[in-house]
Structure formats: structure tokens, C-alpha cells
Design a protein around this ligand. Structure first.
Ligand SMILES: O=C(O)CCC(=O)C(=O)O
Ligand SMILES: [Fe+2]
Length: 379
């Protein structure tokens, strides 16, 4: 198990090459290395290299080139990735049927501005969380998603177990100094499972046709009539709630290029801060494999870092991929239809709510397949 660590050791741990333990899935957990007693003398200087993932290095280079002022229109020029296509953005609130047809069925991303009207979550800040749930245990990662390939290359994802109050303090202090290493990302917190009251602070966007709960109920009926046993009470509600997540962290937190598992659609609501999203259409995965999907990973991922010129050179077909991009601003919601590749990097301290969802007309099969593979436990 991961050891719980304090704020003073949180970032230092990774930069000092903390001891790591396997947790499965290519994820390792950082624990404080035992220090010999210093007998009142100053601790010897550590010589281990600083923790600096290639992705974070690439982000810092990008931020330098932009002078840390990221304008959407200029991003593409700084990326040096050709023209790209700005993701459609709407100011009005589109009708649900229209979004289903033009975006879910026609597979086209969309951003809706001012989409958080009535959400109490608009008042969320990192401090709100640390005051409301100071002792909540959370795990922060130096990169995401986890990759088997990282483990093979000897640089697996490192994770630190800490409390929300420690993490928020860490976030407040984080200043992009080399000595701090990579910003740790709180990207796997199931906030709504741990604190059911938070569900009241958000709402499903009225323009999104989300049938997830209904489909789960049908699956529940089908499984229980087939096996003659009822599933655990509340599993439908619990499974549904697990599809919602809160992501929080400093500028420079990165989600590497991937697409979401089980054919899920996703929406991401930006509560605080701004995030650069780079998206690539599903057909990039076909014969040409413009994104060079990695073998053997739990989720479908690409080895390409779009912010890193060397990585882009190394995978020459990538230049043919049609990039769609946007900076998601506070109060905006991004819809990513199933199969769309996406890369995200926080450009400022950020809080995002994400939900994966299913729709009866488009991706329902993904959810059915997921549960069709379940077998009743052997007696
Ligand atoms: O970091 C983000 O906001 C993107 C997260 C994401 O795409 C995911 O967890 O599947
Ligand atoms: Fe994703």
C-alpha cells in the first residue's frame, strides 16, 4: 500500500527518486525512502536526477514559446502542427435532438459556452474541497493515463497517496520550478462516490441525451433474469456515479493522447482554470494508423506527444492526422464523441468535471459489451 505523505515530502518525493512499489496496471506507488539518521548534521545533498517526464518538459518548452500567454488562435502556430481546426463552439443552448444527430451520430465534437448555469459547482475551488473534506485520502499521479510501456521502459507512473488538504496546499505552492519536478495530477478521484452530496452541485447538460442509467437498468434486469440472482442493491446507481470524476491540479497536468474505453462518449465541464484540448477523429485509427496506437495497454493510447517536436518527427504519418483544438475556458463544456482521440493539458490551476456516458442511438453497444463479458461467480 502507498504510504500517506505530507506536503513537505509530496513533490520532493518524486524529485528525489522515491522508492516505488508495484500496484498493478503499470502503476507504481511512491513511498518515502528511509533516511539514515543525520545526527544533527545537515542531510547530504541528493544527487538523483529530478523527476521530469518528457511530457512535462515538452509542456514547459511550449509554455516558454508562448510566453505563458496561451491564446487559442495562436496555439496551433506555437505547436507547429499545421493548420488544425477549431472545435465548433456555440453560445446558444442547442437542442438535445440536434446534438444527438449532429454530434453524437455524426461524430463531431462540440463546445457549449456558459453551460454551467445553475451549477453550485461553479463556486468550487481547491480550497472548497480541502475545507469540506480535509482528511479525504486521494492519489495524485505524475502522468496519466498509466501505461504498461512506461513500466517496460523503466519509467513507470509514480503515484502519491495524500490527503486533500495536503494536496491543495501543494497546488497552492506549486510554481513550475525545476526543483519541484512534474506537477502531480489528481485525476482519479471519484468525488461523487465518496461524497454523494456533491451530485447536487452538478447537472447533466440539458443538450446531452444521456441514457446511461436507463441502459444499466435494462442490463440489470437481463442479468438477473438470466442468472436468477439480483445484483447488489444500488449497483446501477453506483456504476452510474462512477462515470463522473473530478480532475484537479496545477498548470502543466497532462492527459496523454488516448481515447476512452468501452466506446464511451464524454463531456468535460471546466469549473476553474483553462485547458488546451487536442482531438483527432476516430478514423485516424483505421488502416493508416496515423496515431500509431500502442499495443498491450488497458486503454487505447498513442505514444505521440503533440507538444514535442521530436516525437512528432519520430512518427511521420502523424502530420496527416486532422487535429481539432480548443482552449476550454471556465464555464464551458466540451463534448467528445466516442472514439475521438484526445490530449489535454492544464494551462492554469484547474478543476474539471468529466462524465462518460451512453446514448441508446449511438454507443449503447459499448456498455452492453462491457457487461456481457461478466460471468456469474462460480460457487
Ligand atoms: O485531463 C483531462 O481533463 C482529460 C481526462 C481524460 O480524457 C480522461 O480521463 O479520460
Ligand atoms: Fe479521456
Amino acid at each position: 500500500m502507498a504510504e500517506r505523505v505530507s506536503i513537505d515530502t509530496l513533490s520532493g518525493l518524486l524529485s528525489r527518486g522515491a522508492s516505488v512499489k508495484e500496484k498493478g496496471d503499470g502503476v507504481v506507488v511512491a513511498g518515502e525512502r528511509e533516511q539514515p539518521s543525520s545526527c544533527g548534521q545537515e542531510e547530504p545533498r541528493r544527487t538523483r536526477p529530478k523527476s521530469m517526464t518528457p511530457e512535462y518538459k515538452a509542456f514547459l518548452g511550449f509554455a516558454e514559446r508562448c510566453g505563458w500567454s496561451f491564446k487559442e488562435s495562436e496555439c496551433v502556430r506555437f505547436l507547429g502542427l499545421g493548420k488544425g481546426c477549431l472545435i465548433e463552439r456555440r453560445e446558444d443552448h442547442p437542442k438535445m435532438e440536434e446534438v444527438t444527430e449532429k454530434h453524437l451520430l455524426a461524430s463531431k465534437p462540440l463546445i457549449v459556452k456558459n453551460s454551467l448555469a445553475g451549477w453550485k459547482a461553479r463556486e468550487w475551488t481547491p480550497e472548497f474541497f480541502s475545507e469540506a473534506y480535509p482528511g479525504q485520502v486521494v492519489i495524485a499521479n505524475d502522468r496519466a493515463p498509466a501505461r504498461v510501456k512506461d513500466r517496460e521502459s523503466g519509467r513507470p507512473q509514480a503515484s502519491v497517496k495524500t490527503t486533500l488538504s495536503q494536496y491543495v496546499e501543494y497546488m497552492r505552492r506549486f510554481g513550475h520550478k525545476e526543483s519541484e519536478g512534474v506537477p502531480l495530477y489528481l485525476n482519479g478521484w471519484h468525488a461523487f462516490k465518496d461524497h454523494a452530496e456533491l451530485v447536487d452541485d452538478i447537472a447533466s447538460p440539458p443538450w446531452i441525451e444521456d441514457h446511461t442509467r436507463m441502459i444499466l437498468q435494462e442490463i440489470d434486469k437481463a442479468i438477473s433474469s438470466k442468472n436468477g440472482v439480483r445484483a447488489a442493491p444500488h449497483w446501477v446507481r453506483d456504476t452510474d456515479i462512477l462515470l463522473n470524476k473530478v480532475f484537479m491540479g496545477p498548470a502543466g497536468n497532462i492527459t496523454r493522447l488516448h481515447y476512452d474505453a468501452h466506446r464511451a462518449h464524454g463531456w468535460l465541464a471546466q469549473i476553474k482554470g483553462r485547458k488546451l484540448f487536442l482531438l483527432f477523429p476516430p478514423d485516424t485509427t483505421n488502416d493508416a494508423s496515423l496515431l500509431y496506437p500502442l499495443e498491450g495497454e488497458a486503454t487505447t493510447q498513442s505514444p505521440i506527444d503533440p507538444l514535442d517536436a521530436e516525437s512528432v518527427e519520430k512518427y511521420p504519418r502523424f502530420k496527416e492526422a486532422r487535429m481539432h483544438y480548443a482552449i476550454l475556458e471556465e464555464g464551458e463544456t466540451l463534448l467528445i464523441p466516442d472514439g475521438w482521440w484526445h490530449y489535454a493539458v492544464s494551462l492554469a490551476p484547474s478543476i474539471t468535471v468529466m462524465r462518460n456516458f451512453y446514448n441508446a442511438l449511438s454507443n449503447v453497444q459499448g456498455l452492453v459489451n462491457l457487461f456481457a463479458n461478466l460471468r456469474p461467480a462460480k460457487k
